[in-house]
Design a protein around this ligand. Structure first.
Ligand SMILES: [Cu+2]
Length: 510
């Protein structure tokens, strides 16, 4: 499909400035998005499942088959409960999430509650659980009373199947009530919850296979819709929570002529708010932002500006329209200082570690390593043991270009389960000479659970292993990389050395 800019403008009825695509490639992609999308649909969140009386009691059934995508029935998906995207779970601190996961799919699956500070053992956020086809599992995840409020998400985490399963439709948002949303300035604002995820159709109209589509042909859905709209009054401030719950797409998000005020990152209210024109969002990343409509009447676009991740180049796209309409409203602002950083951040560090991310081709197939190891071959001596209640400092460095047999520069979004981290420094690192340069202290303003590491750079973070013992994982959140090895295991142990529980086997034990 190829359209001239003039034809495109005619179809869209867009005026000058409605399209700021800078290349023919981006314009071509925009054309297919615009023509497939339902025109003018509101950016509705879809199915919401809410906790009651302290518990969220739901069944999530992995269902291969047809689901509604952007107003059309599409076959070849695999969804939870035939919903695309998956239902949004709304819970409160102190709740139990009692989720019956029924696997009617053809591959082994399980559930991970991304970013949540809950136990990694038993029937909770235990990624070593295996729910085979035809089986079911009862999860019972206890959310602590002091759990942060914000945006989280859930998806399957069975090694080697995570990418294909999430691609096929299995990912959804979790809103934990509280946090920045309860600030007096924000409480009364209109809210939008925005799930970003990629996908697309095969020529026959069914959902494309995993890894089938080029980045140019991949569609970027907002709450399962292409190019939906939100409305805002001139001068009005809204609270948007945005999550990237896809498998591979990096977003550089921008809202034409507007800026974002960040008040929440990775499910937690920030300590210091900040303004930015662009939100960089690798897979797994979430931000909560304030948006104030600056113009009078008119439409502006939330855009993917495009992103070069190294291997994948994501083209520029419009994602969502913001229609500024109605009576003038009064903007709301929040103070810069919102909360105190945790005291452990400047306290003693019990242990420092360095982890190196790399990749290579082995007999023609890509493998991804942490410290030269792939996940499938980990033995007990490779498991990092950390002590409950202590603070550690980790340096994660990305050597993907030089430790590989062939040049392969790629960014990797690092993610760790159970406890958030605080990035304290970034810098350049030359894997050949081991030389560090361009050290940049990070602004200490928020927690993260997912952060990208460009090639030939490092990220230094501090983390405190609080409240929970047990075995869990850290990994690259490009799910293809995780499925092909870039995942490590750590045990949080108490003073007696107790940590991992029954059913938390290493992969090499199978
Ligand atoms: Cu990676």
């Amino acid at each position: 499909m190829s359209l001239s800019r003039r034809q495109l403008l005619a179809i869209l009825g867009g005026g000058a400035g409605a399209i700021a695509a800078t290349s023919a490639g981006a314009l071509g992609a925009w054309a297919s998005v615009a023509l497939q999308g339902t025109p003018d649909g509101p950016a509705r969140l879809g199915k919401v499942l809410r906790s009651k009386n302290g518990e969220l009691r739901v069944q999530l059934t992995v269902k291969p088959g047809t689901a509604m995508v952007d107003g059309s029935a599409v076959s070849g998906l695999s969804t939870y409960n035939s919903e695309f995207p998956a239902p949004t779970l709304v819970v409160r601190p102190g709740d139990h999430m009692r989720i019956r996961l029924v696997n009617n799919g053809s591959t082994t699956t399980n559930l991970h509650f991304h970013g949540m500070h809950v136990s990694p053992k038993g029937h909770q956020d235990n990624v070593f659980i295996e729910v085979d086809p035809g089986e079911a599992h009862e999860y019972d995840v206890k959310i602590p009373q002091d759990h942060p409020g914000g945006l989280f998400w859930y998806h399957p985490h069975h090694h080697s199947e995570s990418g294909p399963q999430v691609w096929s439709g299995l990912s959804g948002l979790i809103i934990v009530e509280g946090g920045a949303a309860l600030l007096p300035q924000i409480q009364g604002l209109r809210r939008h919850t925005i799930a970003l995820r990629e996908g697309g159709l095969s020529p026959d109209g069914s959902w494309a296979d995993y890894e089938e589509l080029s980045t140019d042909d991949t569609q970027l859905y907002v709450n399962g819709m292409l190019n939906p709209r939100v409305s805002i009054r001139p001068g009005e401030t809204q609270f948007w929570q945005i999550g990237n719950i896809g498998v591979a797409t990096y977003y550089a998000l921008s809202l034409e002529d507007h800026e974002f005020t960040v008040v929440e990152e990775d499910g937690t209210m920030v300590w210091r708010s900040w303004q930015t024109e662009t939100l960089i969002m690798p897979p797994g990343k979430r931000y909560g932002v304030l948006v104030t409509a600056r113009r009078g009447q008119g439409t502006v676009y939330l855009r993917q500006l495009g992103y070069n991740q190294g291997k994948a180049v994501w083209p520029a796209r419009p994602l969502m329209r913001m229609r500024i309409t109605g009576e003038q409203d009064r903007p709301v602002s929040v103070p810069t200082h919102l909360a105190e950083p945790p005291s452990w951040l400047t306290g003693p560090v019990a242990k420092r570690r360095v982890l190196t991310l790399s990749q290579n081709l082995v007999n023609g197939s890509p493998q991804f390593y942490i410290d030269g190891m792939i996940f499938d071959e980990l033995t007990f001596k490779d498991v990092i043991q950390v002590r409950l209640g202590t603070t550690e400092e980790w340096v994660i460095r990305n050597a993907s270009s030089t430790m590989a047999g062939a040049p392969a520069n790629e960014e990797h979004p690092f993610h760790i389960h159970v406890n958030d981290f605080v990035v304290v420094e970034r810098g350049d690192w030359n894997p050949l000479t081991n030389e560090i340069s361009n050290r940049r202290p990070a602004p200490l303003r928020s927690y993260s659970d997912t952060a990208t590491i460009p090639w030939n750079t490092y990220m230094r973070f501090r983390t405190n292993f609080s409240d929970f013992v047990g075995r869990s994982v850290y990994h690259c959140h490009l799910l293809y990389h995780e499925d092909h090895g870039m995942m490590g295991v750590f045990d949080i142990v108490d003073a007696k050395g107790q940590g991992a529980g029954p059913g938390q086997h290493l992969p090499s034990h199978h």
